[in-house]
Design a binder for this molecule. Structure first.
Ligand code: SIN
Length: 283
């Protein structure tokens, strides 16, 4: 497609494009411009904007142009802000980062997020980049035999692994995850290959952070094939790497892309804010 209102510049051969020529901090963005952004998003799987000083009102306002936003569980909400705004922060003394393994946001939910919009407030001078991987390309590159086999498989996605990788002092007492109001263990089954509801293309839909096993198989039986798929899905040629500046914004499609936040900036502060557009049940 040729764009009339925005400039769209791919940043790699398979995924990701920077968009210039639009001020997304404005409450009123012409519908034709939003249509072009949506088209660039579907075509490139993740789009990036630079120098956008999005406050919470503008972040929520921009997100709502693409659909209803998902509210966060109460313990993740910022008091006095919108229930849809997630703070993603790593302090200089922290060891872990949010989103440190390849994942597609909230794939443990019945209706995972369509897309996430992340904007950078404070970033380290270097490090703290985010990687994105094209899961249409990952699916397309599989053999016909593997595609046939995966087409019949369903996977179980959970947030339990996230709970299990937290430090002991952050963990809830054993056995209470599913009852606690703050730490609820959730899981959902989804097809291993999903069809994107808008592009109709097939994408691989398993991820290291949330996928526990295949349905009707044990974790041990599932892991060898899952580990192959994770390595395949993150092949360097399917990826791009985005370097953040304060005021950078990324909008990615969780239905066909995975991402990973790099943990390579020990001793530095990184502060981001995110909203998520609600999605459909994967089919
Ligand atoms: C996320 O997984 O949404 C966080 C990505 C990042 O902080 O770069």
């Amino acid at each position: 497609m040729s764009y009339k209102h925005i400039e769209v510049t791919p940043i790699s051969g398979m995924i990701g494009a920077e968009i210039h020529g639009v001020d997304i901090t404005q409450a009123a963005i012409a519908p034709d411009v939003i249509d072009e952004i949506r088209h660039a998003f579907l075509e490139n799987l993740v789009v990036f904007f630079r120098d956008q000083d999005l406050d919470d009102d503008a972040l929520v306002g921009f997100g709502r142009k693409f659909g209803e936003l998902a509210a966060l569980p109460p313990h993740r909400q910022v008091p006095g802000s919108y229930p849809e705004i997630l703070v993603v922060e790593k302090q200089p003394e922290d060891n872990m980062v949010f989103g440190w393994e390849w994942h597609s946001d909230t794939s443990h939910l019945e209706t995972p997020s369509l897309g996430s919009i992340l904007c950078a407030k404070i970033v380290p001078e270097c490090g703290g980049d985010t990687l994105f991987a094209n899961q249409y390309a990952a699916y397309d590159a599989l053999s016909d035999g593997m595609k046939r086999m995966l087409g019949d498989l369903t996977a179980i996605h959970a947030n339990g692994r996230i709970l299990r990788t937290l430090s002991e002092k952050e963990m809830p007492p054993p056995g209470t995850e599913s009852e606690s109001a703050v730490w609820s263990e959730m899981w959902m089954e989804h097809p291993v290959v999903r069809t994107h509801p808008e592009t109709r293309r097939k994408a691989l839909y398993v991820n290291e952070m949330h996928t526990e096993r295949f349905k009707d198989m044990s974790v041990e039986e599932s892991q060898p094939l899952l580990q192959f798929l994770y390595a395949h899905a993150a092949r360097p040629e399917f990826t791009c790497r985005f370097h953040w500046e304060a005021g950078s914004v990324a909008f990615w499609d969780n239905r066909c892309a995975t991402h990973l936040a790099l943990n390579d900036y020990a001793g530095h502060h990184r502060l981001m804010r995110r909203v998520q557009v609600k999605g459909d049940r994967p089919v």
